[in-house]
Design a protein around this ligand. Structure first.
Ligand SMILES: C[S@@+](CC[C@H](N)C(=O)[O-])C[C@H]1O[C@@H](n2cnc3c(N)ncnc32)[C@H](O)[C@@H]1O
Length: 211
């Protein structure tokens, strides 16, 4: 997907992806055949770098699907790191477990929790190095309100689709678009965070918690 770049530039960007574990490729194929929205390798590589820089050990995802984005976090972490995946569609969780079955070391770092990721994050007593938001777009503002108290100082709040196919500039935004617009407003207005929007794929925001 790219509406941000010319076709040639899109092809160029897509041709600059790192060699990756075969499970990523299997998941990409599966998602492509079903038109299921995963972050894809360009955003995955960014998550990998951010995880390494942050030396992240505890990651929480809201909206995990079958674990493609979680795998990018898991592969970049130290051995004792954990990624908590949340997903309310059991079919996706089971698919994720099937994909990970053959890779013991990485599987041990990924924990699937079934249910609404917002509630599961709210109920969690832990503080995280990274919270990744890839849930329903209407949920984005609420996720910010909860995530801001669940991150360590210096932790990263990362969100996918923050340009929402360019609809964030619509004069009469629908509910999903309004969710993304409110989220972007909140991360840039908050004195507790320093944020940047990176225009790759559908836009990724990265916000570091300052306090
Ligand atoms: C964009 S997909 C996630 C893709 C995944 N992050 C990846 O790139 O591999 C969104 C998924 O989140 C789930 N979802 C959306 N909002 C959720 C919420 N509030 N709690 C739990 N799951 C949610 C949907 O069922 C869907 O499978």
């Amino acid at each position: 997907m790219s509406y941000l770049f010319t076709d040639n530039l899109t092809k160029y960007l897509e041709s600059h992806t790192m060699d990756r574990h075969f499970i990523f490729k299997e998941m990409e194929l599966f998602a492509g055949e079903r038109d299921y929205p995963i972050i894809g390798p360009q955003v995955g590589q960014l998550l990998y770098i951010l995880t390494k820089i942050a030396k992240a050990k505890h990651v929480f995802e809201v909206g995990s699907g079958f674990g493609y984005s979680a795998l990018w976090f898991a592969i970049a972490m130290e051995e004792n790191g954990t990624v908590i995946c949340t997903e309310y569609d059991e079919k996706n969780i089971n698919r994720g477990k099937d994909f990970l079955r053959s890779i013991d070391t990485l599987r041990a770092r990924i924990e699937f929790r079934s249910g609404n990721g917002i509630d599961l994050l709210n109920e969690s007593n832990d503080q995280y190095d990274i919270i990744f938001n890839d849930a329903n777009k209407e949920d984005y503002p609420k996720i910010f309100e909860i995530a801001k108290n669940k991150l360590k100082k210096g932790g990263l709040l990362i969100a996918d689709n923050v340009l929402w196919r360019g609809q964030v500039t619509d004069s009469e935004p629908d509910n999903k678009t309004s969710g993304v617009i409110q989220y972007n407003k909140a991360i840039f207005e908050s004195e507790d965070f320093f944020s940047s929007i990176i225009p790759i794929r559908d836009g990724v925001s990265v916000s570091i918690k300052l306090t």
